[in-house]
Design a protein around this ligand. Structure first.
Ligand SMILES: [Zn+2]
Length: 344
């Protein structure tokens, strides 16, 4: 029997985008660690035979200095996703015109740097809006992956504001950073957004079923500062709950999961940046091994397509059952209401 699937993606946030959101000077020259972190991640994935999705920021793709690193990603068989052009977590405040320009710029830059045009999108800082979803659908995107169903968003934002150097205007822009409390009530399983001009599948960032606590690698590393055994046990529990509740997890990685305090001292405001790279890499490897042992790891595009295929197959079997009912009503127990609903 084949293993149930799990998708894996990495938001390729660069050093400048963290400095910018944090309100630190120096981001304007777009400092980059991509030449260090990308080969490191690709090596770890290749050792395990994994193919994942990298959500790339357009601004990085227009800079020559990042081209070699970015080109190596599809070169190793991974999917390219769109992570916006400017990486502003207040993307939900953009007008429809700004959104259209933002997406076009990012798509063109990604295609230029990697030779691929994205079919998936993740908003910076999990930001999204109805006009954004409409624009993605109109452009023929297959999936969005911006929802993050957790109740911890406001807490994460409070932590962030406490440690950041922000003006009043900057705080206003970042007012919904990491989402509202209500985000915790969103589904964990994939679904199709209703009422859009074309089909668009949502693949939520998976959080722990029931309690909706984050389970992405950065959070595991945060726990790993206190105890590596605790972090791994936490992840194992989350995966067991995914089994029980029928959730095919979509697990999220970040560059700082693969960089330590010995690689970069400017980002020490980030949780778990006090750990050395070697310790983080060891834990990242353990978490990936645990996931790969229990699940067949796929890209986000494969996850979205598997969901769409399952829905189509489910619908086809319902239609077939309904037709059988029409032919042989006495031998079928299918309720008439379902036949009616399928004919609408
Ligand atoms: Zn990001």
């Amino acid at each position: 029997m084949t293993k149930p699937l799990a998708s894996l993606s990495l938001d390729l946030d660069n050093k400048w985008s963290y400095l910018k959101t944090h309100g630190d000077p120096g981001w304007e020259s777009f400092p980059s660690y991509l030449d260090v972190v990308v080969p490191r991640v690709l090596k770890m994935l290749a050792e395990r035979g994994l193919r994942i999705t990298f959500f790339i920021v357009g601004q990085d793709a227009v800079l020559e200095k990042n081209h070699a690193a970015l080109r190596s990603i599809p070169g190793a068989g991974h999917e390219i996703g769109n992570h916006s052009f400017h990486h502003e977590p207040w993307l939900h405040l953009y007008s429809p015109e700004q959104l259209s320009e933002e997406l076009t710029r990012a798509e063109d830059a990604l295609e230029l740097a990697t030779g691929e045009r994205p079919v998936g999108f993740r908003g910076p800082g999990y930001s999204f809006s109805q006009p954004l979803l409409e624009e993605l659908a109109r452009r023929g995107y297959e999936y969005d992956a911006s929802t993050f169903p957790t109740f911890l968003g406001p807490l994460a934002r409070a932590y962030y504001f406490f440690h950041a150097n922000l003006s009043g205007r900057q705080r206003k822009e970042r007012k919904q950073l990491f989402g509202k409390l209500a985000e915790g009530f969103r589904p964990l399983r994939p679904y199709k957004w209703p009422g859009l001009p074309r089909e668009l599948v949502e693949i939520p960032v998976t959080t722990m079923p029931v309690v909706k606590l984050p389970i992405h690698l950065s959070y595991l590393l945060y726990l790993g500062q206190f105890s590596e055994a605790l972090a791994i046990a936490y992840f194992r529990t989350a995966l067991r709950l995914c089994d029980i509740f029928g959730v095919e997890p979509s697990i999220l990685l970040h560059p700082l999961d693969f960089l330590g305090g010995d690689d970069d001292r400017d980002l020490s405001f980030f949780p778990a940046m006090n750990l050395p790279a070697a310790k983080k890499l060891k834990m990242a490897g353990r978490a990936l091994d645990l996931l790969a042992k229990r699940r067949r790891i796929v890209t986000m595009r494969e996850h979205a397509r598997a969901y769409a295929t399952n829905i189509a197959a489910g619908l086809a079997s319902e239609v077939a059952s309904a037709r059988a009912y029409e032919r042989e009503p006495a031998e079928s127990s299918r309720p008439a209401a379902l036949v009616g609903s399928l004919e609408e």
